[in-house]
Design a protein around this ligand. Structure first.
Ligand SMILES: Cc1cc2nc3c(=O)[nH]c(=O)nc-3n(C[C@H](O)[C@H](O)[C@H](O)COP(=O)(O)O)c2cc1C
Length: 360
Protein backbone atom coordinates (compact mmCIF):
# COMPACT_ATOMS: atom_id res chain seq x y z
CA UNK A 1 0.00 0.00 0.00
CA UNK A 2 2.81 2.36 0.89
CA UNK A 3 4.27 1.59 -2.48
CA UNK A 4 1.01 2.49 -4.18
CA UNK A 5 0.59 5.69 -2.25
CA UNK A 6 4.11 6.72 -3.11
CA UNK A 7 3.22 6.18 -6.75
CA UNK A 8 0.07 8.23 -6.40
CA UNK A 9 2.12 11.05 -5.02
CA UNK A 10 4.69 10.78 -7.80
CA UNK A 11 2.08 10.90 -10.51
CA UNK A 12 -1.24 9.20 -10.89
CA UNK A 13 -0.44 8.27 -14.49
CA UNK A 14 1.57 5.23 -13.54
CA UNK A 15 -1.09 3.65 -11.34
CA UNK A 16 -3.06 0.80 -12.87
CA UNK A 17 -2.29 2.34 -16.25
CA UNK A 18 -3.51 -0.48 -18.48
CA UNK A 19 -6.68 -1.04 -16.49
CA UNK A 20 -7.42 2.67 -16.47
CA UNK A 21 -7.01 2.97 -20.22
CA UNK A 22 -9.36 0.12 -21.02
CA UNK A 23 -11.91 1.28 -18.42
CA UNK A 24 -12.05 4.65 -20.19
CA UNK A 25 -12.51 3.02 -23.62
CA UNK A 26 -15.27 0.78 -22.32
CA UNK A 27 -17.02 3.72 -20.66
CA UNK A 28 -17.03 5.72 -23.88
CA UNK A 29 -18.58 2.83 -25.83
CA UNK A 30 -21.24 2.05 -23.29
CA UNK A 31 -22.16 5.66 -22.74
CA UNK A 32 -23.37 5.72 -26.34
CA UNK A 33 -25.38 2.54 -25.96
CA UNK A 34 -26.89 2.89 -22.51
CA UNK A 35 -27.00 6.62 -21.89
CA UNK A 36 -29.09 7.82 -18.96
CA UNK A 37 -30.37 4.44 -17.97
CA UNK A 38 -30.72 5.10 -14.30
CA UNK A 39 -30.25 7.84 -11.75
CA UNK A 40 -29.33 7.63 -8.10
CA UNK A 41 -29.96 11.14 -6.85
CA UNK A 42 -27.84 13.36 -9.07
CA UNK A 43 -25.65 10.49 -10.31
CA UNK A 44 -26.46 9.01 -13.70
CA UNK A 45 -25.55 5.39 -14.28
CA UNK A 46 -24.89 4.41 -17.87
CA UNK A 47 -26.60 1.04 -17.52
CA UNK A 48 -28.27 -1.18 -14.95
CA UNK A 49 -25.32 -3.18 -13.66
CA UNK A 50 -23.62 -2.63 -10.32
CA UNK A 51 -20.67 -4.35 -8.64
CA UNK A 52 -21.59 -5.32 -5.06
CA UNK A 53 -19.47 -4.18 -2.14
CA UNK A 54 -17.28 -7.17 -1.26
CA UNK A 55 -14.97 -6.97 1.74
CA UNK A 56 -11.45 -8.00 0.80
CA UNK A 57 -12.28 -8.01 -2.91
CA UNK A 58 -13.60 -4.73 -4.30
CA UNK A 59 -10.42 -2.74 -3.93
CA UNK A 60 -9.24 -0.33 -6.62
CA UNK A 61 -7.59 -2.80 -9.05
CA UNK A 62 -10.59 -5.12 -8.91
CA UNK A 63 -13.08 -2.29 -9.37
CA UNK A 64 -11.20 -1.19 -12.48
CA UNK A 65 -11.54 -4.71 -13.90
CA UNK A 66 -15.31 -4.54 -13.39
CA UNK A 67 -15.42 -1.07 -14.89
CA UNK A 68 -13.48 -2.21 -17.91
CA UNK A 69 -16.15 -4.88 -18.40
CA UNK A 70 -18.79 -2.14 -18.54
CA UNK A 71 -20.16 -2.13 -14.99
CA UNK A 72 -22.02 1.16 -14.40
CA UNK A 73 -21.35 1.59 -10.69
CA UNK A 74 -18.61 0.08 -8.58
CA UNK A 75 -18.75 -0.12 -4.78
CA UNK A 76 -15.93 -0.07 -2.30
CA UNK A 77 -15.45 -2.69 0.37
CA UNK A 78 -17.33 -1.82 3.54
CA UNK A 79 -15.39 0.85 5.42
CA UNK A 80 -15.54 1.20 9.20
CA UNK A 81 -16.99 4.56 10.28
CA UNK A 82 -15.01 4.30 13.51
CA UNK A 83 -11.84 3.55 11.56
CA UNK A 84 -12.36 6.70 9.52
CA UNK A 85 -12.98 9.03 12.40
CA UNK A 86 -10.07 7.53 14.31
CA UNK A 87 -7.93 8.31 11.27
CA UNK A 88 -6.83 4.72 10.79
CA UNK A 89 -4.44 4.84 7.82
CA UNK A 90 -5.55 1.40 6.63
CA UNK A 91 -9.19 2.46 6.68
CA UNK A 92 -8.52 5.78 4.99
CA UNK A 93 -6.65 4.01 2.24
CA UNK A 94 -9.85 2.15 1.40
CA UNK A 95 -11.11 5.47 0.04
CA UNK A 96 -8.39 5.59 -2.64
CA UNK A 97 -10.00 6.14 -5.98
CA UNK A 98 -9.15 7.06 -9.56
CA UNK A 99 -11.22 9.06 -12.04
CA UNK A 100 -11.54 6.11 -14.44
CA UNK A 101 -13.64 4.07 -12.03
CA UNK A 102 -16.20 6.80 -11.44
CA UNK A 103 -18.94 6.84 -10.37
CA UNK A 104 -17.84 5.18 -7.14
CA UNK A 105 -20.06 4.26 -4.22
CA UNK A 106 -18.31 4.04 -0.86
CA UNK A 107 -20.02 1.92 1.76
CA UNK A 108 -19.66 2.68 5.46
CA UNK A 109 -20.72 0.63 8.45
CA UNK A 110 -21.35 1.55 12.07
CA UNK A 111 -24.27 2.06 14.41
CA UNK A 112 -23.68 5.40 16.13
CA UNK A 113 -25.44 8.24 14.34
CA UNK A 114 -22.81 10.89 15.15
CA UNK A 115 -19.93 8.62 14.15
CA UNK A 116 -21.67 7.61 10.93
CA UNK A 117 -22.39 11.27 10.12
CA UNK A 118 -18.78 12.29 10.65
CA UNK A 119 -17.52 9.34 8.63
CA UNK A 120 -19.95 10.24 5.83
CA UNK A 121 -18.57 13.80 5.76
CA UNK A 122 -15.09 12.35 5.46
CA UNK A 123 -16.17 10.06 2.62
CA UNK A 124 -17.87 12.98 0.87
CA UNK A 125 -14.72 15.06 1.08
CA UNK A 126 -12.75 12.15 -0.40
CA UNK A 127 -14.78 12.58 -3.60
CA UNK A 128 -17.10 9.55 -3.45
CA UNK A 129 -20.07 9.92 -5.80
CA UNK A 130 -22.48 7.91 -3.64
CA UNK A 131 -22.41 6.96 0.04
CA UNK A 132 -23.93 3.60 0.91
CA UNK A 133 -24.96 2.50 4.40
CA UNK A 134 -24.38 -1.12 5.31
CA UNK A 135 -27.52 -2.59 6.90
CA UNK A 136 -26.90 -6.08 5.55
CA UNK A 137 -23.66 -7.52 6.87
CA UNK A 138 -24.37 -10.55 9.04
CA UNK A 139 -20.79 -11.30 10.06
CA UNK A 140 -20.55 -11.74 13.85
CA UNK A 141 -17.81 -9.18 14.33
CA UNK A 142 -20.04 -6.52 12.75
CA UNK A 143 -23.44 -7.37 14.20
CA UNK A 144 -22.18 -7.67 17.74
CA UNK A 145 -21.50 -3.91 17.63
CA UNK A 146 -25.08 -3.27 16.52
CA UNK A 147 -23.91 -2.50 12.95
CA UNK A 148 -24.77 -4.09 9.60
CA UNK A 149 -27.82 -6.32 9.63
CA UNK A 150 -28.27 -5.77 13.38
CA UNK A 151 -29.62 -2.31 12.50
CA UNK A 152 -32.61 -4.01 10.89
CA UNK A 153 -33.67 -5.19 14.36
CA UNK A 154 -33.53 -1.69 15.81
CA UNK A 155 -35.62 0.63 13.64
CA UNK A 156 -35.15 3.62 15.98
CA UNK A 157 -31.37 3.40 15.75
CA UNK A 158 -31.64 2.73 12.03
CA UNK A 159 -33.67 5.90 11.61
CA UNK A 160 -31.30 7.94 13.75
CA UNK A 161 -28.31 6.74 11.69
CA UNK A 162 -29.94 7.48 8.34
CA UNK A 163 -31.20 10.89 9.49
CA UNK A 164 -27.81 11.91 10.86
CA UNK A 165 -25.98 10.89 7.71
CA UNK A 166 -28.56 12.50 5.44
CA UNK A 167 -28.22 15.75 7.36
CA UNK A 168 -24.42 15.60 7.23
CA UNK A 169 -23.89 15.17 3.47
CA UNK A 170 -25.29 16.26 0.12
CA UNK A 171 -23.83 13.27 -1.75
CA UNK A 172 -26.47 10.81 -2.98
CA UNK A 173 -27.19 8.29 -0.24
CA UNK A 174 -28.13 4.64 -0.58
CA UNK A 175 -28.78 1.84 1.86
CA UNK A 176 -28.10 -1.88 1.46
CA UNK A 177 -30.49 -4.19 3.31
CA UNK A 178 -31.22 -7.82 3.87
CA UNK A 179 -34.77 -9.19 4.01
CA UNK A 180 -34.75 -8.90 7.77
CA UNK A 181 -33.31 -10.63 10.78
CA UNK A 182 -35.44 -13.77 11.02
CA UNK A 183 -37.48 -15.41 8.25
CA UNK A 184 -40.74 -14.18 9.76
CA UNK A 185 -39.61 -10.59 10.22
CA UNK A 186 -39.32 -9.01 6.77
CA UNK A 187 -38.05 -5.80 8.35
CA UNK A 188 -36.87 -4.71 4.90
CA UNK A 189 -40.24 -3.02 4.33
CA UNK A 190 -40.23 -1.05 7.54
CA UNK A 191 -36.58 0.00 7.18
CA UNK A 192 -37.10 0.92 3.53
CA UNK A 193 -39.99 3.17 4.43
CA UNK A 194 -37.92 4.83 7.12
CA UNK A 195 -35.02 5.22 4.68
CA UNK A 196 -37.21 6.74 2.00
CA UNK A 197 -38.78 9.19 4.40
CA UNK A 198 -35.30 10.20 5.59
CA UNK A 199 -34.26 11.07 2.03
CA UNK A 200 -32.31 8.03 0.88
CA UNK A 201 -31.86 8.04 -2.92
CA UNK A 202 -31.95 4.28 -3.62
CA UNK A 203 -32.34 0.99 -1.77
CA UNK A 204 -30.41 -2.20 -2.45
CA UNK A 205 -31.97 -5.39 -1.22
CA UNK A 206 -30.30 -8.79 -0.80
CA UNK A 207 -33.42 -10.79 0.04
CA UNK A 208 -32.03 -13.29 2.49
CA UNK A 209 -32.38 -12.90 6.23
CA UNK A 210 -29.37 -12.18 8.41
CA UNK A 211 -29.85 -15.58 10.03
CA UNK A 212 -29.59 -17.22 6.60
CA UNK A 213 -26.16 -15.81 5.85
CA UNK A 214 -25.63 -17.17 2.36
CA UNK A 215 -27.66 -20.36 2.75
CA UNK A 216 -30.89 -21.06 0.90
CA UNK A 217 -31.98 -18.78 -1.91
CA UNK A 218 -32.55 -15.10 -2.42
CA UNK A 219 -36.28 -14.44 -2.38
CA UNK A 220 -36.65 -12.38 -5.54
CA UNK A 221 -40.40 -11.99 -4.89
CA UNK A 222 -39.42 -9.74 -2.02
CA UNK A 223 -37.51 -7.46 -4.40
CA UNK A 224 -40.65 -7.18 -6.55
CA UNK A 225 -42.76 -6.40 -3.49
CA UNK A 226 -40.35 -3.73 -2.28
CA UNK A 227 -40.21 -2.17 -5.73
CA UNK A 228 -43.99 -1.69 -5.57
CA UNK A 229 -43.79 -0.19 -2.13
CA UNK A 230 -41.19 2.55 -2.46
CA UNK A 231 -40.70 5.42 -4.87
CA UNK A 232 -36.91 5.51 -4.92
CA UNK A 233 -34.97 3.16 -7.23
CA UNK A 234 -34.61 -0.41 -5.99
CA UNK A 235 -31.43 -2.34 -6.75
CA UNK A 236 -31.90 -6.11 -6.75
CA UNK A 237 -29.14 -8.35 -5.44
CA UNK A 238 -28.67 -12.03 -4.74
CA UNK A 239 -27.94 -15.19 -6.68
CA UNK A 240 -27.11 -13.76 -10.07
CA UNK A 241 -24.81 -16.47 -11.36
CA UNK A 242 -24.92 -15.78 -15.10
CA UNK A 243 -26.02 -13.07 -17.50
CA UNK A 244 -29.45 -14.64 -17.95
CA UNK A 245 -30.03 -14.50 -14.18
CA UNK A 246 -29.47 -10.75 -14.33
CA UNK A 247 -32.04 -10.36 -17.09
CA UNK A 248 -34.44 -12.64 -15.22
CA UNK A 249 -34.12 -10.56 -12.05
CA UNK A 250 -34.84 -7.35 -13.95
CA UNK A 251 -37.84 -8.92 -15.67
CA UNK A 252 -39.28 -10.77 -12.69
CA UNK A 253 -38.91 -8.06 -10.09
CA UNK A 254 -39.06 -4.77 -12.03
CA UNK A 255 -35.99 -3.62 -10.10
CA UNK A 256 -34.13 -0.63 -11.48
CA UNK A 257 -30.68 -2.22 -11.55
CA UNK A 258 -28.95 -5.46 -10.66
CA UNK A 259 -26.04 -5.79 -8.26
CA UNK A 260 -23.64 -8.69 -8.73
CA UNK A 261 -21.41 -10.01 -5.94
CA UNK A 262 -19.98 -13.50 -5.77
CA UNK A 263 -20.24 -14.19 -9.49
CA UNK A 264 -18.01 -11.22 -10.22
CA UNK A 265 -15.20 -12.33 -7.89
CA UNK A 266 -13.61 -14.74 -10.37
CA UNK A 267 -15.45 -13.30 -13.38
CA UNK A 268 -15.29 -9.52 -13.41
CA UNK A 269 -16.07 -9.73 -17.14
CA UNK A 270 -19.59 -10.96 -16.20
CA UNK A 271 -20.72 -7.35 -16.68
CA UNK A 272 -19.89 -7.43 -20.38
CA UNK A 273 -21.95 -10.61 -20.69
CA UNK A 274 -24.92 -9.05 -18.91
CA UNK A 275 -24.67 -5.98 -21.13
CA UNK A 276 -24.61 -8.17 -24.24
CA UNK A 277 -27.80 -9.87 -23.06
CA UNK A 278 -29.36 -6.48 -22.28
CA UNK A 279 -28.68 -5.49 -25.88
CA UNK A 280 -30.53 -8.63 -26.93
CA UNK A 281 -27.38 -10.41 -28.08
CA UNK A 282 -26.39 -13.97 -27.18
CA UNK A 283 -24.16 -14.27 -24.14
CA UNK A 284 -20.56 -14.35 -25.42
CA UNK A 285 -18.87 -17.72 -25.03
CA UNK A 286 -16.30 -17.98 -22.26
CA UNK A 287 -12.92 -16.96 -23.61
CA UNK A 288 -10.08 -18.73 -21.81
CA UNK A 289 -7.44 -16.54 -23.40
CA UNK A 290 -9.20 -13.46 -22.03
CA UNK A 291 -9.54 -15.07 -18.58
CA UNK A 292 -5.79 -15.62 -18.41
CA UNK A 293 -5.07 -12.11 -19.64
CA UNK A 294 -7.25 -10.70 -16.87
CA UNK A 295 -5.61 -12.91 -14.23
CA UNK A 296 -2.20 -11.67 -15.33
CA UNK A 297 -3.18 -8.01 -15.22
CA UNK A 298 -4.97 -8.49 -11.91
CA UNK A 299 -1.71 -9.75 -10.40
CA UNK A 300 0.40 -7.03 -12.02
CA UNK A 301 -1.87 -4.17 -11.02
CA UNK A 302 -2.42 -5.52 -7.50
CA UNK A 303 1.34 -5.70 -7.02
CA UNK A 304 1.61 -2.07 -8.15
CA UNK A 305 -1.19 -1.07 -5.81
CA UNK A 306 -0.46 -3.05 -2.66
CA UNK A 307 3.18 -3.94 -3.08
CA UNK A 308 4.42 -7.45 -3.82
CA UNK A 309 4.08 -9.07 -0.41
CA UNK A 310 0.48 -8.09 0.33
CA UNK A 311 -0.66 -8.58 -3.25
CA UNK A 312 0.80 -12.08 -3.46
CA UNK A 313 -0.82 -13.08 -0.19
CA UNK A 314 -4.15 -11.88 -1.57
CA UNK A 315 -3.67 -13.52 -4.94
CA UNK A 316 -3.31 -16.97 -3.36
CA UNK A 317 -7.06 -17.10 -2.83
CA UNK A 318 -8.24 -14.62 -5.49
CA UNK A 319 -6.65 -16.50 -8.39
CA UNK A 320 -8.46 -19.67 -7.37
CA UNK A 321 -11.77 -17.95 -8.00
CA UNK A 322 -10.65 -17.25 -11.56
CA UNK A 323 -9.86 -20.92 -12.11
CA UNK A 324 -13.16 -22.19 -10.76
CA UNK A 325 -14.78 -24.65 -13.13
CA UNK A 326 -11.65 -25.07 -15.26
CA UNK A 327 -9.92 -28.39 -15.77
CA UNK A 328 -7.26 -29.19 -13.13
CA UNK A 329 -8.26 -26.17 -11.05
CA UNK A 330 -7.43 -27.99 -7.81
CA UNK A 331 -3.85 -28.46 -9.01
CA UNK A 332 -3.67 -24.77 -9.88
CA UNK A 333 -5.09 -23.92 -6.46
CA UNK A 334 -2.28 -25.89 -4.81
CA UNK A 335 0.32 -24.30 -7.05
CA UNK A 336 -0.65 -20.73 -6.05
CA UNK A 337 -1.06 -21.53 -2.38
CA UNK A 338 2.39 -20.28 -1.44
CA UNK A 339 3.21 -17.67 -4.06
CA UNK A 340 5.26 -14.85 -2.63
CA UNK A 341 6.58 -12.97 -5.65
CA UNK A 342 5.00 -11.48 -8.75
CA UNK A 343 7.26 -13.57 -10.98
CA UNK A 344 6.15 -16.73 -9.24
CA UNK A 345 2.47 -15.79 -9.55
CA UNK A 346 2.78 -14.99 -13.25
CA UNK A 347 4.71 -18.19 -13.88
CA UNK A 348 1.98 -20.29 -12.19
CA UNK A 349 -0.64 -18.61 -14.36
CA UNK A 350 1.45 -19.22 -17.48
CA UNK A 351 2.04 -22.88 -16.53
CA UNK A 352 -1.65 -23.43 -15.91
CA UNK A 353 -2.53 -21.75 -19.18
CA UNK A 354 -0.10 -24.00 -21.03
CA UNK A 355 -1.55 -27.07 -19.37
CA UNK A 356 -4.93 -26.04 -20.77
CA UNK A 357 -3.63 -25.28 -24.28
CA UNK A 358 -5.92 -27.88 -25.77
CA UNK A 359 -8.94 -25.93 -24.44
CA UNK A 360 -7.78 -22.49 -25.64
C1 LIG B 1 -16.59 -12.16 0.22
C2 LIG B 1 -17.81 -11.31 0.41
C3 LIG B 1 -17.67 -10.06 0.96
C4 LIG B 1 -18.81 -9.24 1.14
N1 LIG B 1 -18.64 -7.98 1.64
C5 LIG B 1 -19.71 -7.15 1.74
C6 LIG B 1 -19.55 -5.80 2.16
O1 LIG B 1 -18.44 -5.34 2.42
N2 LIG B 1 -20.68 -5.04 2.25
C7 LIG B 1 -21.92 -5.52 1.93
O2 LIG B 1 -22.91 -4.79 2.02
N3 LIG B 1 -22.09 -6.78 1.51
C8 LIG B 1 -21.01 -7.59 1.39
N4 LIG B 1 -21.19 -8.86 0.91
C9 LIG B 1 -22.51 -9.26 0.40
C10 LIG B 1 -22.60 -8.93 -1.11
O3 LIG B 1 -22.46 -7.55 -1.35
C11 LIG B 1 -23.94 -9.41 -1.71
O4 LIG B 1 -24.99 -8.75 -1.04
C12 LIG B 1 -24.12 -10.91 -1.55
O5 LIG B 1 -22.94 -11.61 -1.89
C13 LIG B 1 -25.29 -11.41 -2.42
O6 LIG B 1 -25.05 -11.16 -3.77
P1 LIG B 1 -24.51 -12.33 -4.77
O7 LIG B 1 -25.47 -13.46 -4.69
O8 LIG B 1 -24.46 -11.66 -6.11
O9 LIG B 1 -23.16 -12.73 -4.26
C14 LIG B 1 -20.10 -9.69 0.77
C15 LIG B 1 -20.21 -10.98 0.23
C16 LIG B 1 -19.09 -11.78 0.05
C17 LIG B 1 -19.26 -13.14 -0.55
Amino acid sequence: MQFFLAQVEQGKDTVCASLRESAVKKNANDQRQFANFMKIGSVTLKNKTILAPLAGITNLPFRLLAKEAGCALVCSEMVSAHGLINKSKRTEQMLDSLPEEKPLSVQIFGSQPDVMAEAARFVESSGADIIDLNFGCSVRKIIKTGSGAALMKTPETAEAVIKAVRKAVRTPLTIKLRAGWNPADNQAFEISQIAESCGVDAITIHPRTAKQGFSGHSDWALIAKLKKQVNVPVIGNGDIFCADDAIAMLEQTGCDAVMIGRMAIGNPWIFSHVLARMRGEAEPTADLQHRFEIMTRYVQESVKYFGEEIACRMMRSRLCWFAKGLRNSSQFRKSVNHISTETEALQRIEDYKESLQADL
